[in-house]
Design a protein. Structure first.
Length: 252
């Protein structure tokens, strides 16, 4: 068997091991984050998630999602949502711009008592650091989802010299190795096969599941969405979206 034929299995094994580490080590933090979201929903607050570039994908995956909470919103920053901007490298440049976070929060619906989940693999760039700093200063609870290992292996790109993890009410460590590449092969020149999206998305879904479970345990029906492709799904979702319309910001 050629070495390349083994790579798919090696990638799955690497991703499974990272998921196992996240499950075993981050369980208490995931529970705390889920309960914080449940507390916020019960109190009538809003819940947002933000990520820049590929870190936006796990945030988007929780928004308007079958089986997810209807009250999960995306804090969108033009040019930073995935790689939709051209050239794609502009998104990386914008993440290093000082002052952008405050401008975004100034025009967002976020207010004191709300929850903002900030996703940044490295947590070193100006935007996620300032987003956390500014949000907390405004009384917003911040959950940071990041790889803490970057703080030991890289330098901060924020003037304070700090990282996202330093400005959060709760930190979820994805435990992704620095460089986000799980495989190596002679002749490839550099490691490849990133796993951060797989692991970070799983952590986000675990947090949302915990929040839904906590609400149900407290006697509050969690505002869950159904698939629009099952019978009755659209009607179910219409009811939930109307009931929580004041806390949902992806509708017109």
């Amino acid at each position: 068997m050629a070495e390349s034929d083994r790579l798919a299995g090696q990638y799955f094994d690497a991703a499974i091991e990272l998921l196992r580490q996240a499950r075993d080590a981050e369980g208490p933090a995931v529970t705390a984050a889920g309960r914080l979201i449940a507390d916020t929903v019960e109190a009538g607050g809003r819940v947002f998630s933000f990520g820049a570039g590929h870190s936006s994908l796990p945030a988007q995956d929780t928004v308007y999602r079958a089986g997810g909470l209807a009250v999960m919103n995306l804090l969108s920053v033009p040019g930073m949502v995935g790689v939709d901007v051209r050239p794609a490298t502009l998104g990386s440049a914008l993440e290093r711009v000082d002052g952008l976070a405050a401008a975004v929060l100034d025009t967002s619906p976020l207010r004191a008592g709300d929850v903002l989940v900030i996703i940044s693999l490295s947590g070193r760039n100006a935007l996620p650091v300032e987003m956390a700093l500014t949000a907390r200063a405004r009384g917003i609870k911040v959950v940071g989802l990041t790889s803490v290992a970057y703080a030991d292996a890289t330098a901060s790109r924020h003037a304070s010299g700090t990282f996202l993890k330093d400005h959060c009410d709760l930190v979820l460590d994805s435990r992704i190795p620095v460089g986000d590449a799980e495989l190596r092969l002679p002749g490839s020149g550099t490691p490849f096969a990133p796993a951060s999206t797989v692991v970070t998305s799983a952590i986000m879904q675990a947090v949302v599941a915990t929040a839904a479970g906590a609400l149900a345990e407290r006697g509050t029906e969690p505002p869950l969405l159904r698939s629009g492709n099952v019978d009755g799904g659209r009607e179910w979702n219409g009811r939930v979206l109307r009931e929580y319309a004041d806390r949902i910001f992806y509708q017109e």
